[in-house]
Design a protein around this ligand. Sequence first.
Ligand SMILES: Nc1ncnc2c1ncn2[C@@H]1O[C@H](COP(=O)(O)OP(=O)(O)OP(=O)(O)O)[C@@H](O)[C@H]1O
Length: 247
Amino acid sequence: MENNTNNILIDIQDLKKSFGDQKVLDGITLQLHENENLVVLGKSGSGKSVLIKCIVSLLKHDEGSITVGEQELTDINEEGLIEVRKKIGFLFQSAALYDSMTVRENLSFALSRLNKKFSEEEINNKIVEALENVGLPDSIDKMPSELSGGMKKRIGLARTLVVNPKIILYDEPTTGLDPVTSDEISHLINDTQEKFKNSSIIITHDINCVKTVADRIAMIKEGKVYKVGSLEEFVNDDDAYIKSFFK
Ligand SMILES: Nc1ncnc2c1ncn2[C@@H]1O[C@H](COP(=O)(O)OP(=O)(O)OP(=O)(O)O)[C@@H](O)[C@H]1O
């Protein structure tokens, strides 16, 4: 949870994205720094998921730029995109495990997409290590249907960690979980960041999660960044709109 340097890993400049005549992002400028957890807040439908989908080019932005490392995404080719995606792990809301595969196979599949040659032993070691990091080494041969919601989130995180990404994007990581499990997942996000020194963008409505993980917060309103600051700056802000999120 420390931000030692201000190196920029993702630089978003004046990003715009519409669907038909619905303007969703209307000039977002925002940076993700090295070694930080950046929380993106905004009410439902404000474009938070659209923003992170643009970052991994699951959606194409209309105007502006997104630079990941040295790579600008606007006219990126397929090869460049593969390289960018290797740097970014994306943890979807649903965890999106493959239901017909065991936990081991889910993680192994993620590794196979790296296009690197690993020995059987290396693959096994990486999978065991990733599962240990999320506290579920015994679930290796389980099917997703045998896991609880919280366990699925953890396995989703293990699958993201197994490829060792520099950046992790979390889309509502605690949604649908009870308060205790939500808290465990929030702490796991911090433990992950401390151990692997990666940087994360976390979309969440869960204020307890925000309070646990946020190094910085960016609030989106009407397609623009309404405020960026520390948790303390948000909590102490007198603005009624901001207060409505933190009461
Ligand atoms: N592929 C799409 N085609 C058309 N409209 C879309 C598409 N994806 C998102 N939208 C619209 O963009 C707006 C923002 O959606 P988005 O999912 O980013 O909101 P959000 O801030 O993540 O909301 P929530 O907190 O409820 O998840 C919504 O009005 C949504 O209907």
